[in-house]
Design a protein around this ligand. Structure first.
Ligand code: NDP
Ligand code: MG
Ligand code: MG
Length: 334
């Protein structure tokens, strides 16, 4: 399959990491006819997997040598050391350094060499979906950005890469590293991961503390959330309103704003400010470097929440949730 521009037609692409995004990008780029080498730590769990799927696999430093484009698709927190040890000493002048999230460049954890292009291509979906959509001839929308353009080709390279992973078949939206980083962090903190899980926990606690059965509370505030989110996903709030009863709609209109009130929005603005001024990044980097003491505690509290205990029992009785393969939507959000 050819891409809409041939900027990368003769390029060697090093994909560092073979996890959610890395595997999907490597497979899609290869199927688009591009030359891909996968960079991984020898002996790590991904090494054999990438080999078994037919890739030329090398240690990151070796993969970077001679590559015209280096896609950094490892977890964000390992990227600064990977950049320092494997990429900076080996990347060719004029090559492109590509990220799928702007965190490290935007917050100054990676100061890319002045003689390389620095670009971003971030699919708006988990890797499994990026691969699945590509395989059926479609693609997942991508946002793209240029941070540094030394070759005069940075934009063309970003677009060619996005085409190569299938994004060009759907939609490409131009952004910059600051916008991608800040909106990604805000979305996951305020609404998607943080907001939604706290909303579910508070709703569950409210019902259980009022004496209702935890099993019924679980269905009302967690299980059925999927039905609502699926309607949002397919047709926005409009579609949800078309599908729920008049009683549910009236309750939405009068009670939703009582729960998610102006105070919530004011606190969302505080969360956004901490992201924008670097407070969140500074705290997260310090937490990671300290060995994740608070992170582990917070996670344990979430895992032990009563909604998790009851959920485990109930899900065991719903066979359609026991499918062997995880669905793309079940992947962690990064
Ligand atoms: P993963 O957590 O899935 O990456 C794991 C992969 O990285 C494994 O192959 C692992 O190898 C490899 N790896 C870990 N440490 C190293 C290292 N030191 N050197 C070489 N390889 C290493 O990452 P994601 O795909 O989730 O995220 C990659 C990037 O994409 C991030 O910047 C993220 O923010 C961004 N992103 C992610 C999205 C998502 O849906 N997940 C969506 C959009 C952007 P091994 O198994 O051998 O340890
Ligand atoms: Mg939470
Ligand atoms: Mg993220």
């Amino acid at each position: 399959m050819s891409t809409t521009n041939d900027t990368l037609a003769k390029a060697r692409i090093a994909v560092l990491g073979y996890g959610s995004q890395g595997r999907a990008h490597a497979l899609n780029l290869r199927d688009s006819g591009l030359d891909v080498v996968v960079g991984l730590r020898k002996g790590g769990p991904s090494w054999e997997k990438a080999r078994a799927e037919g890739f030329n696999v090398a240690e990151p430093a070796e993969a970077v040598k001679g590559a015209d484009l280096v896609a950094v698709l490892t977890p964000d927190m390992v990227q600064p050391a990977l950049y320092r040890d494997a990429i900076a000493p080996n990347i060719k002048p004029g090559a492109a350094l590509l990220f799928a999230h702007g965190f490290n460049v935007h917050f100054g954890q990676i100061g890319p060499r002045q003689d390389v292009d620095v670009i971003l291509v971030a699919p708006k979906g988990p890797g499994a979906l990026v691969r699945r959509e590509y395989e059926i001839g479609r693609g997942v929308p991508c946002i793209w950005a240029v941070h540094q353009d030394v070759s005069g080709q940075a934009e063309a390279k970003a677009k060619a890469y996005a085409d190569g992973i299938g994004g060009g078949r759907a939609l490409l939206i131009k952004t910059d590293f600051k916008e991608e980083t800040e909106t990604d962090l805000f979305g996951e903190q305020a609404v998607l991961c943080g907001g939604a899980s706290s909303l579910v926990q508070a709703g569950f606690e409210t019902l259980v503390e009022a004496g209702y059965q935890p099993e019924i509370a679980y269905y009302e505030v967690l299980h059925e959330l999927k039905l609502i989110v699926d309607l949002f996903y397919e047709g926005g709030i409009t579609r949800m309103l078309e599908f729920v009863s008049e009683t549910a709609q009236y309750g939405d209109y009068v009670s939703g704003p009582r729960v998610i009130d102006a105070g919530v929005k004011a606190r969302m603005k505080e969360v956004l400010k901490d992201i924008q001024d670097g407070t969140f990044a500074k705290n997260w980097i310090a937490e990671y470097q300290a060995g994740l003491p608070n992170y582990k505690q917070y996670k344990q509290a979430d895992l032990e929440h009563p909604v998790e205990q009851v959920g485990k029992r109930l899900r065991a009785r719903m066979p359609w949730l026991q499918a062997a393969a995880p669905q793309p939507s079940a992947e962690p959000l990064k």
